[in-house]
Design a protein around this ligand. Structure first.
Ligand SMILES: C[S@@+](CC[C@H](N)C(=O)[O-])C[C@H]1O[C@@H](n2cnc3c(N)ncnc32)[C@H](O)[C@@H]1O
Ligand code: SF4
Length: 440
C-alpha cells in the first residue's frame, strides 16, 4: 500500500493521474526527481494534453463552470488531430501521457486513436491515462481504450450517497459512474491487459468528507487499484465555505499551539484574543493575552511564517481533528486491502515544491499552447485565503508554430523550470502561487 500526502493546490489534470509519488507528481508514477533533475532534461518526461474542453456535465465546483478560459485556450472544442501528431517527437522519451485538462476526454472522437499513436511510440514501461466523469464509459469504450494502450484510467467519484453525488456532479448519475468503473474492470479482464490500472478521484469537501471511507471500501470491493483524494480548490466563491481544509498554514498552526500552551501554563486563554484586543479598557489578563499574541507575531516574522491572525483565531480544531480521523479511517481500510491511496493534507504546507514542474511536466491546452503547469493553463479567478485571485495563462509557445521539443527547450521555459525548481512555493491557499511570484 502506498499512502501519500498531497497538496491543496489545483489538481485537476496532472493529479488525476498521479502515480505512486505525491499527488501532483504525475501520471503513472512520474515522481518529482530529486532537485527537479527532470525539469532540466532537454525533453519533457510527462505531458498533460487537454483533449477536449467540452463537457457533458456541469459540476458547479469545476473551473469549466466558473468562467475558466474566457476564450483563451480556444473556447469549447477538441484537441486537433494534427496538433496531436506534433507531439510525436516527445513520445520516445515520455514517461507518462495524461489526456485530459478541463473538460471530458471521452467526448473526443479520436481519444482511442491518440492512445494508440502514443503507445506505439512511447517506451514500454511508460503510462498513458486520463481522468473521466465516466458518463460515456461502457464496456465497449473501455475495451477500445485499454486495447489501444491506456493503462491508467481514473474515474471521478465523490460520494456514494445518491443525492450528495447529484448535488456535486450536476447532470451526472451515480449508477452510471459506478457502472463505468465496473466496465473498466471487465474490459481489463477481457483484454488480458493486466497492467491497466483503474482509479478513483475523490474531491474532499465539507459535505462529502464522511463519505470517504465508504468510497474506499467500495473501491476495494470493486477491483479499483488506486484512489486519489484531493481537496476542493475554490474556483467559485461559494466553494470557499465548502472547503474541508484549514485556512491556516501548518507552521502557523504549530505556532498557535505553542503560544496557546505558553498562555495556558500561566492560566491565560489566548483564544480570547479576538474578543480582548479591541477592548478600550483591558484587564491585566487581557493585556497579558495581547502580549503573548504579539510575541507569536514577532516569532512568525522572525521565522518567515505567513499568518493571518483573524484566520488563526478562527481555526476550527474540532473540524480538523474530525477530518484527520476520517483520513485515518480511509487509510486503514485501504491499507488492509492493499489499495494505493493518496490523501491530502488537512492544512496546507508552508513550504513545498512544485512537483509538476520538477517532474519535468508540461501542460498542453486544447488550442496547442504549451504551459508550465495546470495552474497557469487558462484565465480564471479563484478564491484563496478569502481573496479573489485572477490567474492569467502562461504559455511558452504554440504547437501551431513550433515543435514540442523546441518549445520545451526555449530559453524562457527552461529558465522558468530552473527557477521554479530552486524555489519553495507557498501554498495557493495563502493567496500566493507560482503565478504571483513568477508569472503575473
Ligand atoms: C476537471 S475534471 C476533468 C476530467 C473529467 N471531466 C472528470 O470530471 O473527471 C478533473 C478532476 O478535477 C476535479 N475537480 C473539479 N473541480 C475541482 C475543484 N474545484 N477542486 C478540486 N478538484 C476539482 C474533478 O472532480 C475531476 O476529478
Ligand atoms: S465532469 Fe469534469 S470537466 Fe465536466 S464539469 Fe464536471 S469536473 Fe468539470
Amino acid at each position: 500500500m502506498n499512502i501519500v500526502n498531497s497538496t491543496i493546490t489545483p489538481t485537476i489534470a496532472g493529479r488525476a493521474q498521479a502515480g505512486a509519488g505525491r499527488a501532483q507528481a504525475g501520471a503513472g508514477g512520474v515522481q518529482a526527481s530529486a532537485g527537479g533533475a527532470r525539469a532540466g532534461l532537454p525533453w519533457p518526461s510527462r505531458l498533460v494534453v487537454e483533449t477536449s474542453t467540452r463537457c457533458n456535465l456541469a459540476c458547479a465546483m469545476c473551473p469549466k463552470q466558473n468562467g475558466c478560459d474566457d476564450g483563451e485556450g480556444g473556447g469549447d472544442g477538441d484537441f486537433a488531430e494534427e496538433l496531436f501528431r506534433a507531439l510525436a517527437p516527445a513520445f520516445p522519451r515520455l514517461e507518462s501521457l495524461v489526456l485530459n485538462g478541463i473538460g471530458e476526454p471521452l467526448l473526443h472522437p479520436a481519444l482511442a486513436d491518440f492512445v494508440r499513436q502514443a503507445r506505439a511510440a512511447m517506451p514500454p514501461d511508460s503510462t498513458i491515462g486520463f481522468q473521466t466523469n465516466g458518463v460515456l464509459m461502457d464496456e465497449a469504450s473501455a475495451m477500445s481504450l485499454i486495447e489501444a494502450g491506456a493503462d491508467r484510467i481514473c474515474v471521478s467519484l465523490d460520494a456514494l450517497d445518491e443525492s450528495l453525488y447529484a448535488g456535486i456532479r450536476t447532470g451526472g448519475k451515480l449508477s452510471r459512474t459506478l457502472a463505468a468503473i465496473e466496465a473498466l474492470g471487465k474490459a481489463r479482464k477481457a483484454t488480458g491487459k493486466d497492467r491497466a490500472r483503474i482509479g478513483i478521484e475523490f474531491v474532499v469537501r465539507r459535505d462529502n468528507l464522511a463519505e470517504l471511507p465508504r468510497v474506499v471500501s467500495w473501491a476495494v470491493k470493486h477491483g479499483v487499484d488506486f484512489m486519489l483524494v484531493s481537496q476542493l480548490f475554490p474556483y467559485e466563491k461559494a466553494s470557499v465555505d465548502e472547503t474541508a481544509y484549514d485556512a491556516n498554514l501548518d507552521l502557523a498552526l504549530e505556532l498557535r499551539a505553542k503560544h496557546e500552551a505558553r498562555g495556558a501554563a500561566r492560566g491565560l486563554d489566548i483564544t480570547r484574543y479576538p474578543e480582548v484586543y479591541l477592548k478600550y479598557s483591558k484587564t491585566a489578563e487581557d493585556e497579558s493575552i495581547v502580549a503573548i499574541v504579539k510575541e507569536l507575531q514577532a516569532e512568525a516574522i522572525g521565522r518567515g511564517i505567513t499568518l493571518n491572525l483573524e484566520r488563526l483565531f478562527r481555526h476550527d480544531a474540532t473540524w480538523m481533528e474530525g477530518a484527520r480521523r476520517v483520513f485515518a479511517e480511509a487509510h486503514s481500510i485501504a491499507g488492509a486491502a492493499g489499495l494505493e491511496l493518496a490523501l491530502p493534507e488537512a492544512a496546507p504546507k508552508s513550504q513545498r515544491a512544485c512537483e509538476f514542474v520538477e517532474g519535468g511536466s508540461a501542460f498542453v491546452s486544447r488550442d496547442g499552447k504549451v504551459h508550465p503547469c495546470y495552474f497557469l493553463w487558462h484565465r480564471y479567478a479563484c478564491h484563496v485565503g478569502g481573496w479573489e485571485k485572477l490567474v492569467a495563462p502562461k504559455s511558452f509557445g504554440s504547437l501551431e508554430e513550433r515543435g514540442i521539443l523546441e518549445i520545451w527547450n526555449d530559453k524562457a521555459f527552461a529558465t522558468f523550470r530552473t527557477t521554479c525548481s530552486a524555489t519553495s512555493i507557498p501554498s495557493a491557499s495563502t493567496a500566493t502561487s507560482p503565478s504571483a511570484t513568477m508569472c503575473n
